[in-house]
Design a protein around this ligand. Structure first.
Ligand code: PLP
Length: 384
């Protein structure tokens, strides 16, 4: 997996070491000059670090990218791509629903800096096309989308971008790089919160940007290294690298557990609706089947009893832990209406447009025994 990364020592350990050094010994002033002029090698860890590079390389290979950059959070990855690829007066078409942080960043900081945005139904490529204006530079997609699991057709999205000469960026966090590789469909920039499936153990925060072309990679790299956005801790990079080694096998189990849970919920009398793209009843089932190797571990559902019903269920589980975030070994449960998509974070109209209802519950299905997980949900649903 790491043949492309240069060994650090003569002994060449199997597992890439944590290089916790902020700076690197130089053989000569000339070497320092060469490195600062862009010759490959290590000068200063805010620019690049061997452990961070080794982790980035494993993601790059899985994504089929020309380059991958790691950042200290998923939001840092999103912000960096926007800051480095857009300027004041440009317009971005963004999806609804979209990760809450992305929504807030566009509405507050980026609009303050003069970026224009339009939100459209994130599963409709036609809606993206209709929203394109003269100053549009970027089409931003998210699939599967948080928290409703709607799916964007990556092939059609990539084609729209190249037809109109626009950059396409896709937040692929909910799938992870093992089950979905957007670059295959012509997407220019792939975003991951490595905090989720890539890390996989709920013990780090990080983000990744993978690029279809070396040119865009270089542009973002040179700007981001100066801005200080690339300074991921080498220890967190080490954990990412370790996570990548088991990503495939974890995603298979996350997906099979999630499928069983989705089927169980679908036949439960207190469940009104299940959102999981692996169910043939999902409106984007065919698209999901085309572009995803498995359907992933995220399931959401609507329960009877409204907001109160939702609250009762999330407070009634024992194996599913009540917590935000996702993608780890342990199953998590959350109630968007009271926890992540509150009225302060998102207006009623935005929530309606995103189809985030008060009785929606989101599950990150972990790697536990699936019968235990079903029994846990069964007893929590009894409380409604
Ligand atoms: C968590 C998440 C992010 C943000 O990632 P952080 O690591 O929390 O900054 C962005 N997009 C999606 C879809 C996410 O789930």
């Amino acid at each position: 997996m790491d043949k492309a990364v240069k060994p650090l020592f003569e002994q060449n350990p199997l597992v890439y070491p944590i290089v916790a050094s902020s700076t690197f010994r130089l053989k000569s002033a000339e070497e320092g000059h060469q490195l600062s002029e862009g010759q490959p090698g290590y000068l200063y860890s805010r620019w690049s670090n061997p452990t961070v590079d080794s982790a980035a390389e494993s993601i790059r290979q899985m994504e089929g990218a020309e380059g991958t950059l790691l950042l200290p959070s998923g939001m840092a990855a999103i912000s960096t791509s926007i800051i480095c690829l857009l300027k004041a007066g440009d317009h971005i078409v963004a999806p609804q629903p979209v990760y809450g942080g992305t929504h807030q960043a566009l509405k507050t900081t980026f609009s303050k800096w003069g970026l224009e945005y339009t939100f459209v139904d994130g599963s409709s490529v036609e809606e993206f096309e209709k929203a394109i204006k003269e100053n549009t530079k970027v089409l931003l997609g998210e699939t599967p989308a948080n928290p409703t699991m709607s799916i964007l057709d990556l092939e059609a999205f990539g084609k729209l971008g190249s037809k109109r000469g626009l950059l396409t960026m896709v937040d692929s966090t909910f799938a992870g790089p093992y089950i979905q590789q957007p670059i295959k469909y012509g997407i220019d920039v792939v975003i991951h919160s490595c905090t989720k499936y890539i890390g996989g153990h709920s013990d780090l925060t990080a983000g990744a940007l993978s690029f279809k072309s070396r040119k865009i990679y270089n542009q973002v790299y040179h700007e981001a290294k100066v801005l200080g956005f690339l300074a991921l801790s080498p220890f967190d990079a080490f954990l990412i690298h370790r996570g990548m080694k088991t990503l495939g096998i974890r995603m298979e189990r996350h997906s099979s557990n999630a499928m069983a849970i989705a089927e169980f919920l679908q036949s439960h009398p207190k469940v009104l609706k299940v959102h999981y793209s692996g169910l043939p009843s999902h409106p984007h089932y065919e698209t999901a089947k085309k572009q995803m190797k498995h359907f992933g571990g995220m399931v959401s559902f609507e329960v009877t009893g409204g907001k109160e019903g939702g609250r009762k269920v999330v407070e009634g589980t024992k194996i599913f832990t009540l917590a935000v975030s996702l993608g780890g070994v342990e199953s998590l449960i959350e109630h968007p209406a009271t926890m992540t998509h509150t009225d302060t974070v998102m207006s009623r109209e935005d929530k309606e447009a995103s189809r985030i209802t008060d009785n929606l519950i989101r599950l990150s299905v972990g790697l536990e025994d699936v019968d235990d997980l079903k029994a846990d949900l069964e007893s929590a649903l009894d409380r409604v």
